[in-house]
Design a protein around this ligand. Structure first.
Ligand code: AMP
Length: 213
């Protein structure tokens, strides 16, 4: 399947994407994970993205489109892809449309995961992430077995730099101003599936129904 996952930070895009990869071998492509990997590795891309990420601002459309043009042409995308955190602006959505047309590909749908703001705020302030493998934990509902240590890979589990109260509030404002308009964009394209749900299983069920699976 070829899906876009839309939704505010903390809406559960990553969790839903991970569950969907198990269904049909589609790959999860998270621009946030790619950028965090580049920052950790100290690459040129990481250096260009780091300051904006830390503040909760978006990195430039050109930088993101450069990453995605390359990524979508890799072999593992042939089985399908779940775009998690991309596109995030109207210019990115327009550029993606041109790119997919050029590649002769069509999206199945763009899924908006619509979660109330208080749930989002609670999730983001209690979320912890493994800096080594990206596994997500929650200090209240899903802590690692040993505090600060990833169950999967033994890496350090920490609060992300952009999950301070100030950066979270900025990320939510940025979402409302720059990313929320994509809901209208994909509605016009006839591709929108909007799901009001706080459980990832409910989102997966709605996607399966929409795709007739
Ligand atoms: P995420 O893990 O998806 O919340 O992304 C973390 C941060 O990476 C965002 O707050 C942005 O600074 C940056 N980022 C990720 N994806 C994009 C994108 N498509 N466009 C611009 N910036 C992005």
């Amino acid at each position: 399947m070829k899906l876009i996952l839309l939704g505010a930070p903390g809406a559960g895009k990553g969790t839903v994407a991970k569950l969907l990869t198990k269904m049909d071998g589609s790959v999860q492509i998270s621009t946030g994970d790619i950028l965090r990997g580049a920052v950790a590795a100290g690459t040129e891309l990481g250096k260009q993205a780091e300051a904006a990420m830390k503040a909760g601002d978006l990195v430039s459309d050109d930088l993101i489109m450069g990453i995605m043009e390359e990524r979508l042409q890799q072999d593992d995308c042939k089985a399908g892809y779940l775009l998690d955190g991309f596109p995030r602006t109207i210019p990115q959505a327009e550029a993606l449309k041109v790119l997919l047309d050029k590649m002769g590909e069509k999206l199945d749908c763009a899924v908006e995961i619509d979660v109330p703001r208080d749930v989002i705020l609670d999730r983001l302030t209690t979320r912890r992430t493994c800096t080594q493998c990206g596994e997500i934990y929650n200090v209240k509902s899903n802590p690692p077995k040993v505090e600060g240590v990833c169950d999967k890979c033994g890496g350090p589990v920490v609060q992300r730099d952009d999950e301070t109260e100030e950066a979270i509030s900025n990320r939510l404002n940025v979402y409302n101003e720059q990313t929320a308009p994509l809901v209208g964009f994909y509605k016009n394209e006839g591709l929108l599936l909007s799901v009001k749900a706080t459980s990832s299983d409910a989102v997966i069920d709605a996607i399966k129904e929409k795709l007739g699976q």
